[in-house]
Ligand binder design. Structure first.
Ligand code: NAD
Ligand code: MG
Length: 302
């Protein structure tokens, strides 16, 4: 059998070649950035994801649902039959409008709830607005995240460290805490960690710590909520082609080669991880809790 590298060169390996591979053009955007301005535009499953009723009638809140992984999950969940509320920052309204239109096109209820989750009072409002708009809640996807690279600990400010922890850890705690009283038996919480929790980059000192905290939060909360019949899991993506990376997540020279180190030789597209979130949320997956599911283009590390 030909090895993967030669298959990649000859273009025979569909997993390696079916989506864009590096080199990519430099493309710096200010945080939080817009998926709509990326080149090439990420594939969130807009044209390709087909549902089969796996989440019929479910009511979902997704943070960071405007772009990237959260958008792919929003599209997939709506096409699987769920009503979906998304949260995002006000600057991301253009991306969010596209997602809301796609959820409605799938024939489901959609709610757009912009606001900054670094604020505890907003997190509480976010949950109650989602519950009011959807008539309840039984799936929570904590997906919003802040990733801003910084070369050295001396240059990492307290403000930046605090913003990363507020967005990635505190908001997950506040939103989850506010959601639990609304979640009936059979509900699901899915958190977004990262391979950074296990193999931290030297330039993501603060971010990597938050992603490790998400793993432990997931495992502890899964035990706590098992008696209530609520499952809690996490997804750990590897390099995915999203605006997080182009809006300060990586230096531009790394954007150019983004995903090149993955065995598949390219970054993942958000649509390629949506099915993990669907499967974790599906009621048939009733014995999986406290787990971290990885998708990173083939390292086998997790
Ligand atoms: P993305 O930029 O498309 O999504 C992140 C979202 O977080 C933004 O759209 C924004 O709405 C939200 N957000 C950030 N700060 C916020 C704030 N203060 N208030 C409200 N919302 C805020 O990028 P993505 O890559 O899809 O990121 C989704 C998740 O995936 C993040 O948790 C990220 O850490 C994780 N992740 C991404 C990768 C990757 O390679 N792209 C790898 C591992 C993990
Ligand atoms: Mg966004």
């Amino acid at each position: 059998m030909a090895d993967l590298k030669s298959e990649k060169k000859s273009g025979n390996n569909t997993h390696a070649t079916q989506f864009p591979a590096p080199p990519f053009a430099h493309q710096k955007q200010p945080f939080p950035g817009l998926a709509g301005k990326m080149q090439p535009r990420p594939d969130h499953g807009e044209e390709s994801y087909k549902g089969s009723g796996k989440l019929n009638g479910r009511k979902v809140l997704i943070t960071g649902g405007d772009s990237g992984i959260g958008r792919a999950v929003a599209i997939a969940y709506a096409r699987e039959g769920a009503d979906v509320a998304i949260n995002y920052l006000p600057e991301e309204e253009d991306d969010a409008c596209e997602v809301i239109a796609l959820i409605k096109k799938a024939g489901r209820k959609a709610a757009a709830i912009p606001g900054d989750i670094r604020d505890e009072a907003f997190c509480e409002q976010l949950v109650s607005q989602a519950v009011d708009a959807l008539g309840g809640l039984d799936i929570l996807v904590n997906n919003a995240g802040r990733q801003q690279f910084c070369e050295s600990i001396e240059a990492l400010t307290t403000e930046a460290f605090d913003a990363t922890f507020k967005t990635n850890v505190y908001a997950m705690f506040w939103i989850t805490k506010a959601a639990i009283p609304h979640l009936p038996q059979g509900s699901v919480i899915i958190n977004t960690s990262s391979v950074q929790a296990y193999e931290p980059s030297e330039i993501l000192l603060d971010y990597a710590q938050t992603k490790a905290a998400i793993v432990v939060f997931t495992k502890s909360l899964a035990k706590q909520l098992a008696p209530k019949g609520i499952r809690v899991n996490a997804v750990a993506p590897g390099p995915y082609w999203t605006v997080l990376q182009c809006s300060g997540g990586q230096p531009q020279e790394k954007i150019e080669q983004f995903g090149a180190n993955a065995p598949l030789g390219r970054p993942g597209q958000p649509v390629e991880i949506a099915l993990l979130y669907v499967t974790l949320a599906a009621p048939e997956n009733s014995y999986s809790s406290g787990q971290v599911w990885c998708s990173d283009g083939g390292t086998g590390t997790l």
